[in-house]
Design a protein around this ligand. Structure first.
Ligand SMILES: Nc1ncnc2c1ncn2[C@@H]1O[C@H](COP(=O)(O)OP(=O)(O)O)[C@@H](O)[C@H]1O
Ligand SMILES: C=C(OP(=O)(O)O)C(=O)O
Length: 447
């Protein structure tokens, strides 16, 4: 989009907002690190949108609010009003630079994230689409992953204080959350399996698109009648063990999450430095019905750095910043499949949350770093032979499939999709040397 189109959209949003009798304004911060903190003003037509950003941004103290002054950035949310589709560069009535034509509250938080993906790297800080928590001895873990892969679910862990569930920065001082709240998927939520998130849903939380009984107000988390993408937005302090301020040291472990609906990838693999770059740049998951409209069948998705829609620089810029930090801090990198086992979607079933949690626990206890590994064909991934609390036949995927030939076909098929996707990154994008680019490419699958 060019500047002129942006100005036209902005004018349209301002004109619409000016017609309203009442507007809702919220001032808050993005970035828990005071050296990387931005003042954000949200101006919107609906109180729900203002409350959403009250939950998702960092709430200023009364004193901070008194001295807030002019914001660094302003979000104009005129989502009830469409953009003019005849404006050049506008291919739809939905605009997300200033918000027109969509009332999805997530646009505002991801708008701030896009901004941070531009600003932070300029300041030498890596922006991360990841969850983050911290162990008793201060060891930090990042959970990268696309929407629905488990960032929010797995970073909420009663034994590990939560730093954040979705958006972080990694500077020379360590990691910090960008946000002041969480945005959890609520579909199928149960107190037994996700107690922290379930209990975080109380006064002040926004529940979006859930089905509830109008008389009793009891919510039916199982119902996806409106959409599968039901959500709960709550201030981070609603999580009992949130770490406030939401900052931590340099990560000891990075977990890259993929929800592989083909059932091809192992539930956990240990990555070499080059594999870590390869899987980070690839940003794989397989979408099943969920966050996005129109997705009803599993479909491989590659989204660079696990968030290409929010990247403002070439993906290899973020990847090389990640490689530098991983090297400097000796961070271990893991690939965890929170998707299917025993066959693809429709044949097998999703990994049990308690098995994925057992894997994450084995990473944190150091059990996996000391484990024995086998090599998985095609992807050349190092897969542990034993993980406490996880059935061993689930570790090497071929063992969990009844039809071994069908597995081999899907393995080759997924490998080929990775290779095809990676073509556009083969030259390193000017941010890694030609030799490094070759080493990263060689770390990918060989179908
Ligand atoms: N094995 C698993 N690991 C992680 N999440 C799982 C697993 N099985 C089912 N789920 C469900 O998948 C969804 C993951 O969503 P969420 O954690 O909000 O993803 P993200 O924060 O990455 O968008 C949750 O609804 C969770 O209950
Ligand atoms: C907010 C979103 O992302 P996530 O599921 O990663 O929270 C979204 O995709 O709308």
């Amino acid at each position: 989009m060019d500047e002129h189109t942006f100005i036209l959209n902005r004018e349209r949003a301002v004109d619409y907002l000016n017609t309203l009798d009442r507007l809702y304004v919220f001032d808050g911060f993005a970035g828990w690190d005071p050296a990387a903190r931005f003042k954000i003003r949200v101006v919107c037509a609906r109180p729900y949108h203002a409350l959403f950003m009250n939950n998702m941004l960092i709430r200023p103290t009364e004193e901070e609010l008194a001295g807030f002054g002019q914001p660094d950035f302003t979000i104009l949310n005129a989502g009830a009003f469409p953009a003019n589709r005849f404006t050049s560069f506008m291919t739809s009535p939905t605009s997300i630079d200033v918000i027109l034509g969509t009332q999805y509250a997530g646009e505002m938080k991801k708008g701030v994230f896009s901004l941070m993906n531009y600003m932070l790297p300029k300041m030498g800080i890596l922006s991360l689409h990841s969850g983050c928590n911290e162990g008793k001895d201060g060891d930090v873990t990042l959970f990268f992953g696309l929407s629905g892969t488990g960032k929010t679910t797995l970073s909420a862990d009663p034994r590990r204080p939560l730093i954040g569930d979705d958006e972080h920065g990694w500077s020379d001082r360590g990691v910090f959350n960008i946000e002041g709240g969480c945005y959890a998927k609520a579909i199928g939520l149960k107190e037994e399996s996700e107690p922290d998130i379930y209990r975080a849903i109380r006064f002040g939380t926004i529940l979006e698109n859930v089905v509830f009984d109008e008389d009793s107000r009891v919510v039916d988390y199982e119902a996806g009648a409106i959409t599968e993408n039901t959500r709960a937005s709550y201030p981070i302090e609603h999580i009992a063990n949130a770490k406030i301020p939401c900052v931590g040291g340099h990560p000891r472990n990075i977990i890259m999450l993929a929800c592989d609906a083909y059932g091809v990838l192992p539930p956990v693999a240990k990555l070499t430095k080059e594999q870590a770059m390869y899987y980070f740049i690839s940003g794989y998951t397989a979408k099943v019905a969920g966050t996005e409209d129109g997705v009803t069948e599993p479909e491989a998705t590659f989204s660079a750095c696990f968030g290409s829609a929010f990247l403002m620089w070439h993906p290899t810029k973020y990847a090389s910043m990640l490689a530098e930090r991983v090297e400097q801090h000796g961070t271990n990198v893991w690939l965890v499949n929170t998707g299917w086992t025993g066959g693809p979607y429709g044949v097998g079933r999703r990994f049990k949350l308690r098995h994925t949690r057992a894997i994450v626990d084995a990473i944190h206890s150091g059990e996996l770093a000391a484990a024995q590994y086998d090599t998985m064909p095609v992807f050349n991934l190092q897969v542990p032979t034993v993980v406490s609390g996880v059935p061993s036949e689930a570790l090497m995927p071929v063992n969990s499939w009844a039809d071994k030939e069908a597995y081999r076909r899907k393995l080759a098929h997924l490998g080929a999709q990775f290779v095809k996707n990676f073509k556009k990154f083969e030259d390193g994008g000017g941010h890694v040397s030609a030799d490094e680019a070759l080493a990263i490419l060689a770390a990918g699958p060989n179908p």
